[in-house]
Design a protein around this ligand. Structure first.
Ligand code: PAP
Length: 333
């Protein structure tokens, strides 16, 4: 733990500077005023009430200034480790199914993560202007909470698909990922668990992130679809149909009889994607000691793996925290 600023500094910092200050203010100075905490593989800062790695702050601010949502944009929103890779594969396949055949498909040669760019980190080496060069309709993704998306995202009516995951599984996946991608990182499970329960995790607090999108999905049902990883696991074909309909490209009767929903599920399955060479080799250097291998997005792909890592007491504790935080929202896991 380090660098706790004075109350007024912290208030300005956690809410971010007013927009007019963004270009004039030195980013490094701003980051120095943010509450900072150590414990994960790298120190994190509290920016607009969410924890993130410091280098992301500038990218988020840039996004506010440069990202121009379009009414036909589709944004796939997730917290890390909640099934982003899977959702990207599914949404990409569904929305591009008239362009690509299943036997000669981009997913056979590209990691799903790189077929759908993150708006806050478009791709290693690319900057935000790249997003403006993409033709409509754009398929985009983000790990940002709803409150950090540019406000026009709501007013333009672009569609958002939010995918969340049972928190114990999301935590275990995060812990494995963290120790894998950052060189030299070896965080004890118990320590990571305590931090997660306190709301201190990358993109956390976990529950606030879910709740923001949950509430928006209730208020704007035609524009925000809220999904759970576990429901894709249990009824993948149903979710494919639901997604296709929500994204404005429902499956036709001919596609139903040709088994398109089943083909999409098979192409995007954990088993198929992990069998492909592109997802077994290579990776991207993100700097800051972070090297992301293509294979790191695939570990077990199971529901309930938390039981192989967490004690009953830990599980009960996190269940209690989540229940308390989600109380009255109608959202549960
Ligand atoms: P990100 O946060 O870095 O974007 P994300 O895809 O959200 O990664 O999370 C990875 C998790 O999704 C892994 O879960 P696990 O650690 O519990 O195994 C990964 O295995 C799982 N995953 C990736 N692709 C699939 C898939 N096609 N089907 C099911 N689960 C998948």
């Amino acid at each position: 733990m380090a660098c706790i600023p004075s109350k007024s500094e912290a208030e300005t910092a956690t809410n971010g500077p007013p927009p007019e200050d963004v270009s004039s203010r030195n980013l490094e100075d701003l980051i120095r005023t943010l509450p900072t905490r150590e414990g994960w593989s790298q120190p994190m800062v509290l920016y607009k009430n969410y924890w993130c790695r410091p280098h992301l702050v500038g990218k988020i601010m840039l996004l506010q200034d440069t990202f121009k949502p379009r009414s036909d944009d589709i944004i796939l929103a997730t917290q890390p480790k909640c099934g982003t890779t899977w959702l990207k594969a599914l949404a990409f396949t569904i929305t591009n199914r008239s362009r690509y055949s299943f036997s000669d498909h981009p997913l056979l040669t590209s990691n799903p993560q790189y077929l759908v760019p993150f708006i806050e980190i478009p791709d290693a080496g690319r900057d935000h202007t790249y997003l403006e060069t993409l033709p409509s309709p754009r398929l985009l993704s983000t790990h940002l909470p709803l409150s950090m998306l540019p406000s026009e995202t709501s007013s333009t009516g672009c569609r958002i698909v939010y995918l969340c995951r049972e928190p114990k599984d999301a935590f275990v996946s995060r812990w494995h990922f963290e120790n894998k991608i950052v060189k030299g990182s070896s965080i004890e499970l118990e320590k990571a668990f305590d931090m997660f329960c306190e709301g201190f995790s990358p993109s956390g607090p976990f529950w606030d992130h879910c709740l923001e999108y949950w509430k928006e999905s209730l208020a704007r049902q035609d524009e925000v679809l809220f999904l759970k990883y576990e429901e894709i696991k249990s009824q993948p074909e149903q979710v494919v149909r639901q997604l296709a309909k929500f994204l404005g490209v429902p499956l036709t009767a001919e596609e139903e009889s040709a088994g398109v929903a089943q083909e999409v599920v098979k192409l995007c399955s954990f088993e198929n994607l992990t069998s492909l060479q592109v997802n077994q080799t290579g990776g991207v250097d993100h700097g800051n000691k972070i090297y992301v291998e293509n294979s790191v997005f695939f570990r077990k792909g199971k529901v309930g793996d938390w039981a192989n890592h967490m004690s009953e007491e830990m599980a009960e504790k996190l269940d209690r925290v989540i229940e308390e935080k989600l109380k009255g929202s109608g959202l549960s896991f």
